[in-house]
Design a protein around this ligand. Structure first.
Ligand code: GTP
Ligand code: NA
Ligand code: MG
Length: 299
């Protein structure tokens, strides 16, 4: 990229932490939405992607990751598109195994962390105990003279959330996040599913370039022309700049969360790469198969 093409982009923030410590509630509050109510058993099953405008008119993109252990692999991928990690810890609980895992993911990825110590509205909340537990892990928070930003919050009542967002923007400023919007889009698949009416719906995070309706896109093994794009509220978009999460219609299949995507100048090129990826995967799965049935060898 030419330096003159680089423009400031919004931070991409991943919200991580132990199950039920309040990740989705925090995002719900920030977005003034109510996702937790629609979730099966109150457990996030997938990674949600949203972008919000703060009161000060600055954009922040968010990824909400599931807290359940079964999603460890997805979360590990989630950390790779992240500029800043918010680690949510419930103040009426302790640093839990998945909190440690989230901290570990962020550290391995070299992503700065902000600790959101949640549920301080609860009578049995003890944020100081959490800070002590963090200190015991060599994670001393700023108010205790350390280098880690932390904020006491209540995702239920809204306490401290404005301040938390300010800390995110402060961290982003230090990182000097830029991207070149003047090229074919590249980014990461957040989730994908088959919708009966609309076909394959793929949520992607654009990380560089600009994604436009009509672009030929290849994600994992699947390609297609972008038929339509929507933001997380369902509003139609014609284009998506860096750090924008969008739902894309038009892929020929569902790529996996964590797959990268790229826009190509020709459909032929995208198809050829898709076919060769498919071929490689076929060969790999043949090799790892323990038993080959008669059916599969064509008898
Ligand atoms: P998973 O996606 O399952 O990992 O959970 P999560 O971290 O997204 O937690 P979620 O937002 O689903 O919240 C879990 C429970 O804690 C829900 O019953 C919330 O209403 C409650 N909760 C979240 N934040 C707060 C808070 O600040 N105060 C209180 N009192 N309850 C909260
Ligand atoms: Na939950
Ligand atoms: Mg959740």
């Amino acid at each position: 990229d030419n330096p003159e093409d680089l423009v400031t982009r919004a931070p991409i923030v991943t919200i991580m932490g132990h199950v039920d410590h309040g990740k989705t509630s925090l995002l719900d509050y920030i977005r003034r939405a109510k996702v937790t109510d629609d979730e099966a058993g109150g457990i996030t099953q997938h990674i949600g992607a949203y972008d919000v405008m703060t009161n000060t008119g600055e954009k922040i993109a968010f990824l909400d990751t599931p807290g359940h252990e079964a999603f460890t692999a997805m979360r590990a991928r989630g950390a790779k598109i992240t500029d800043v990690a918010i680690i949510v810890v419930a103040a009426d609980d302790d640093i839990m195994p998945q909190t440690k895992e989230a901290i570990n993911h962020a550290q391995v990825a070299g992503v700065p962390m902000i600790f959101a110590i949640n549920k301080i509205d609860k009578p049995n909340a003890n944020p100081n105990k959490i800070k002590e537990q963090l200190a015991n892990m060599n994670l001393l928070v700023e108010e205790w003279g350390g280098k880690y930003q932390s904020q006491d919050i209540s995702a239920k009542v809204g306490t401290g959330i404005e301040e938390l967002l300010e800390k995110v923007l402060l961290e982003a400023e230090v990182l000097e996040l830029t991207a070149n919007p003047n090229k074919n889009a590249v980014g990461t698949v957040v989730e994908a599913s088959l919708d009966k009416g609309r076909g394959y719906v793929t949520t992607v995070m654009v990380q560089a370039g600009t994604l436009r309706v009509g672009d030929v896109m290849l994600a994992g093994q699947h390609y297609g022309k972008v038929k339509a794009m929507f933001d997380h509220k369902g509003k139609k978009l014609k284009e998506a700049a860096p750090s924008t999460p969008v739902q894309v219609l038009g892929l020929g299949g569902a790529p996996q969360a964590g797959d990268t995507f790229k826009v190509y100048d020709s459909e032929r090129e995208a198809r050829e790469i898709a076919n060769s990826r498919e071929q490689i995967q076929r060969e790999q799965s043949m090799r790892t198969k323990k038993h080959i049935t008669l059916d599969e060898i064509g008898r």
